[in-house]
Design a protein. Sequence first.
Length: 308
Amino acid sequence: MLAEYSLGSCIFDIECYIGDDKERSQLCYSKLKELKEIILEEEALVCDLRDGAWSKYVLNLPSKHPNTKYIIEKLRLRKVKAAKATALPSSHDEWCQEAVNSHQNEFLNAILISQKTAANFTGVAEICSIEKLTIAKWLQTHSCSVRLQRNINEYLKYLGVVLNQAKMIKFIDPYFAPDGQSYKDFQCLIMAAKRDTKDPKKLIEIHLKHTVEEAKAKQQFQILSPTLKNANLTAQVFFWTDFHDRYLITDLIGINLNNGFNTDNKLTTWTKLSKSDRNNINDEFKPDSLHKKSLVGNHLLCYKFSLP
């Protein structure tokens, strides 16, 4: 559900467009602007191939558009390891091939390159010329919802990158039961958010409905502590007065979950939230520091504690 793209180095290179100097510069600018607006509106990620070597290559292009640095800084980049043990790409075609190889390892929604480079990669369905965005199939067929089986493999398929990359993660489920059979695989989601070293900036929260007293709740949630330690993470658990809806809220994406993260293997539908709805729901589960009331809505915070 979180879209991810690879951008060819060529799209930032004025020399890769057709026309005289002025026409090429104007075309390059207009297409980059159009693409930036699409990516930012969609809140998509962009692969920074070869552990960040791609962005360095782009920024060092002698004929890059003057706005390149500004655009790169606006994008949400995710460093991706080398797809194959080959030499570092040193041309637009080689960077495009790196993206194709990377797509074979991890799914990309599209690989966006210049029309000039695209001519050398006919037959690769994921490749799209930046000069043909308005007729691109990947853009026309995007969906804000997915149908999936309620099991951990499906959850990780759609959320693996989100949980790994997000700095803020809120699991919101009134009926969450850490020691319940239906949530026995939840710890796999925690491990998907793992950090190599302890990261105090990584915020994990679990929000549920108040049904038991604090002492018993702390005892029930201790089952998650070993996994959190192994993942170099800490979590805060919030117990609220009655609420019903279930969500995953992160700084990257928000998802409406009809059935939370139970794993009964039945079909369900996830729907991506708009940025404004995501922010609103995030505030709905932020307690006012004085009155312990959510910033949006009428939920009252009963108690909270930290893990491990």
